[in-house]
Design a protein around this ligand. Structure first.
Ligand code: ADP
Ligand code: MG
Length: 533
């Protein structure tokens, strides 16, 4: 009896030791599990069969900001995470459908993943990828990963590729297109000049000219977007430019927007590329229109200002010099601080898909920088927006309006025309000869050098930048070696030659952009012949 008791005691002790061991093991297991859950790089939530949240890991709290007490059950979670009713109903429907399939088939384990936009506790919105898993206990295990940044990057990459493709395409067709347009506009102008003013056919020629002008604008728009167009800096009166573009700008506005322009009486002359200044106006006015869906006021003002140290301190930039200031203000929806910080980023847009590209302000910014200028923005939600553009002013007074050209356009010099496009070459010869010049044609780069060597009386070489056998830049270098003081004028629709492009932009080379306009071309030819470059 005593022995039996002893044996029992021993057994009991063994049993309690075993229990302790199991407890210790369980404890170690739990600690290990907890350590894993605490350090998982994705969020985890455990939901029991009745839909109550029983556990969330620290990453889940980090991701959304919600504590377990904020989201006791699925219903509260859905309401908080998806405050928009329609969106929430869609999300719930998707879950339910999935759950049903799942119950019918009595499967456990991983299911499909879903990506939803979740509203966090602080109102932030995140794109989350959810993977729900049904455990054998009947509980649901939900893992979630924040894919906001990844998705944004992917979208941006896609956009960038799209922009690149359009750019390549635009650059590719622009060259050919500008040749065609040069011929079209040139011959139409010649025809118009030769026609009697009373000729009823004049109207048709005018229509050809205005249609070609539209095609020119289109090409220019495409090129500005791809930024492959060489900058053509000339002294430009900003006031005249705005006056002339006003009509076009008005066309993109809706009727309920009141548009006013107020221009400074002072000379507002800057070194600028006219087409790019138009681009700035166009982009900013388009944005202003979009910011005023219910109408409002839009104003463009110019003034002369000297940036002082105060400005430099406030904005962190601004060399002290005289600037022409262009201010574009609207009374639209305005922007909050967060939006304002991103507006110049390429592809940043708050507009719905298909409406905005996010390239408007990025292009404006790039253009302003190329002109050594500055841009600032002033805006508050529902209080409208003002963009200020500062462009360094210069003292020359140049009126570039048609009909007020003072430069003589005629001459007798011999000019070598190196242009591979037949129509354009003939047109240039025709225009030159009509103005008294003697023209020699060269059909490609090598022919140009050949003819240059044979004709000592050539005073000016007009060089197309893209030509077979030898490109324009090479031709330039070779003829400069033969006669260092020879005058040259580059013509081009767009050029891929980086050195040439840089030279054109820094005004090292004389340049006129295709499509050529007869008058502008003749003025340029005379300028180059009489100039020092
Ligand atoms: P997009 O017009 O294609 O969206 P932009 O680069 O032109 O691209 O503009 C970027 C964003 O800047 C716009 O989506 C809008 O949120 C904001 N924005 C630009 N101009 C204005 C304005 N005048 N008023 C309010 N918001 C503006
Ligand atoms: Mg825009």
């Amino acid at each position: 009896m005593k022995e039996l008791l002893l044996k029992n005691m021993e057994l009991l002790e063994d049993l309690s030791n075993l229990k302790k061991k199991v407890n210790r093991l369980e404890e170690a297991e739990t600690t290990k599990l907890r350590a894993i859950l605490d350090n998982l790089p994705f969020g985890i939530a455990l939901i029991d069969e009745d839909g109550n949240f029983t556990y969330i890991n620290p990453k889940f709290k980090d991701m959304f900001g919600y504590e377990l007490r904020d989201i006791p059950n699925g219903r509260t979670w859905f309401r908080k995470a998806y405050p928009n009713d329609t969106y929430r109903h869609n999300v719930i429907a998707t879950w339910k459908e999935d759950l049903e399939v799942f119950k019918e088939n009595h499967v456990t384990g991983e299911r499909k993943s879903w990506t939803f936009t979740v509203t966090c506790k602080d109102g932030d919105k995140k794109l989350i990828n959810f993977i729900p898993v049904m455990l054998v206990t009947g509980e649901h295990l939900l893992t979630c990963e924040d894919v906001t940044e990844k998705t944004n990057l992917e979208t941006q990459l896609r956009q960038a590729q799209k922009a690149e493709a359009i750019g390549t395409l635009a650059g590719g067709i622009a060259h050919d297109f500008n040749n065609i347009l040069t011929a079209l506009m040139g011959y139409a102008t010649l025809l118009k000049d030769k026609m009697d003013k009373q000729n009823p056919l004049q109207r048709y020629v005018d229509l050809i000219l205005s249609a070609s002008q539209k095609a020119t604008d289109l090409t220019r728009g495409l090129l500005a977007f791809s930024r492959k167009q060489p900058l053509n800096l000339t002294p430009l009166n900003v006031n005249s430019a705005i006056k002339e573009t006003k009509k076009l700008l008005k066309r993109i506005l809706t009727e309920d927007i009141e548009f006013s322009v107020s221009l400074t009486k002072d000379d507002a002359v800057v070194m600028a590329d006219r087409s790019q200044i138009d681009q700035i106006l166009f982009n900013l006015v388009t944005n202003a229109r979009d910011a005023m869906p219910n109408g409002g006021e839009l104003s463009i003002k110019t003034s002369i200002t000297v940036l002082d140290n105060n400005f430099a301190e406030k904005h962190g930039f601004g060399k002290s010099c005289r600037y022409v200031l262009i201010s574009i203000s609207d009374t639209g929806i305005g922007m909050d601080e967060e939006t304002k910080e991103k507006i110049f980023d390429p592809f940043f847009t708050t507009k719905e898909v298909g409406k905005g590209t996010g390239l408007g302000l990025a292009t404006v910014y790039a253009i302003v920088k190329k002109h050594n200028g500055y841009i600032t923005v002033d805006s508050k939600p529902n209080k409208g927006t003002t963009f200020n553009i500062y462009l360094p002013s210069i003292d020359v007074i140049v009126e570039n309006k048609e009909g007020t050209i003072k430069t003589p356009m005629k001459g007798q010099e011999t000019i070598l025309v190196a242009e591979d496009n037949y129509e354009v070459r003939c047109l240039i010869r025709e225009i030159l000869e009509q103005s008294g010049y003697r023209a020699i044609e060269a059909i490609d780069g090598e022919d140009a050098i050949d003819k240059f060597k044979k004709n000592n009386d050539v005073k000016l070489v007009i060089i197309d930048s893209v030509m077979p056998k030898k490109n324009g830049h090479k031709v330039y270098e070779e003829i400069k070696k033969i006669r260092p003081h020879i005058k040259t004028l580059f013509i081009s629709g767009h050029t891929k030659d980086v050195i040439l492009k840089k030279g054109i932009e820094s005004r090292k080379f004389n340049f006129i952009a295709k499509p050529l306009k007869v008058n502008d071309f003749l003025v340029k030819v005379r300028e180059v012949l009489d100039g020092s470059l």
